[in-house]
Design a protein around this ligand. Sequence first.
Ligand code: CP
Length: 316
Amino acid sequence: ARHLLGIDHLAPAEITTVLDLADRYVDLNRRTVKSADVLAGMTQINMFFENSTRTQASFELAGKRLGADVMNMSVASSSVKKGETLIDTALTLNAMRPDLLVVRHGSSGAVNLLASKVNCAVLNAGDGRHEHPTQALLDALTIRRAKGRLQRLTIAICGDIAHSRVARSNLILLGKMENRLRLIAPPTLMPPGVKDFGCELYDNMAEGLKGADVVMMLRLQKERMDGGFIPSEREYYHRYGLDAEKLSHAAPDAIVMHPGPMNRGVEIDGELADDINRSVIQEQVEMGVAVRMACMDLLARNLRAERGRAALGALA
Ligand code: CP
């Protein structure tokens, strides 16, 4: 494929290929291995129209580890503030001939639209409530490293499912890999139609967590609640916040995950989040760099092959 826009279009074997390559980019100390020849001569532009710490920093680091020229477009000081549209901004940057464009945008589908207008590889760094494919891939790598497999696990995804692109990409990926999926959320934060993903639905943590191998917590995404129902944080934590007591219903060796940014004392107890015997939250961040290296490496190979075919075609 030319782009990485979502998990939907990836086959299980392709997911495994990304994870295997990402694993090769991690050393025994869980640091990423510098391989500056992989993207040598290539230009990567990061366009983040929504805030980010982990995704933007790790895409930048991943590009530099692979030897790309990396540019971070600052939306705050760009002509977006003068009313330039997403497409005009993208076409302007496209004219500078980047090879890889990494885009985060607040509107679902914006990154797919942009990908249809440019002639470089586009990587979706999160679009609205739609998809966050590299997050799902780094979550999958973290699970596979902790559990030794990515199949036949009972995985509970808990919290604000309705507004979460992370939940959506994870449901697609973990479902393709034949896991048993459970969603735990208050009814107001459970999106309609989610049963189509083949998961079990719960609104009670003790029932939903029973025997789970993986417990994935999500942030309350108030910025997407459009003035609708916003739960009281105190009550929410009491019913849905993960603490040691609620976790005791899961399997004794269950791992705790959170994509970040994390609201301690809202969706998760701070001490539990820091407990290295249960929490793999820091490892998720570490795997983020390796997974993004693998994604850009694979897309760059496809891009080079495509350009090679075009050059041969021009000679014929
Ligand atoms: N998980 C995630 O996407 O974090 P950032 O918003 O900090 O990039």
